[in-house]
Design a protein. Structure first.
Length: 175
């Protein structure tokens, strides 16, 4: 008796086709989780770089601007933002030769990481107070500089680590 098998070739072999929408959704979720992990990754282990010690504690964040009247109130959003602005305040000229990769060059006309923190010398910009990429780059750049790294090496590190996040500002290379 000839019973016909209506299954397709791949179903006869034991494999099934996943519905295309499920596969697409799984791919999107996997990519999103990968980007979150990359954006939160720290410097590679074993590189000998000590963490930046800028004394930005949660207590300072809660205390607010009375700790440092030179800093605007919006830098007290978090300890990371406060550390980043303390780093920028301590070495604003160094940030002028460091690029930013948050697309602020395209979107806001920034020329370097310095523009994320300062509108002009001594006048703060609130952009970095709301940008994790700006904060992290500033903290890492200042940390590496304080640990003796040369500006060109810091720049190469920043370019290598952050170029996947966005378009760089058109920042001149350090001399």
């Amino acid at each position: 008796m000839g019973t016909e098998d209506s299954r397709t070739g791949s179903e006869k072999n034991g494999s099934r086709k996943l519905p295309l929408p499920w596969l697409g959704a799984a791919l999107v979720v996997a990519l999103a989780l990968g980007m979150v992990a990359l954006s939160r990754s720290s410097s590679p282990s074993g590189d000998g770089i000590k963490e930046l010690q800028l004394d930005a504690t949660q207590a300072e964040v809660q205390a607010g601007p009375e700790n440092d009247p030179d800093l605007p109130p919006y830098v007290y959003n978090s300890s990371q933002v406060l550390q980043a602005y303390q780093a920028a305040k301590s070495m604003p000229d160094m940030l002028a030769v460091m690029p930013c990769y948050c697309n602020c060059g395209v979107m806001q006309g920034h020329k370097s990481l310095q523009d994320c923190f300062f509108k002009e010398p001594g006048v703060y910009n609130d952009h970095a107070a709301f940008c994790d990429i700006c904060d992290t780059i500033a903290i890492e750049a200042v940390t590496r500089h304080r640990n003796g790294a040369f500006l060109k090496d810091i720049r190469n590190f920043i370019d290598s680590k952050y170029s996947r996040f966005g378009t760089s500002t058109e920042t001149p290379l350090p001399s």
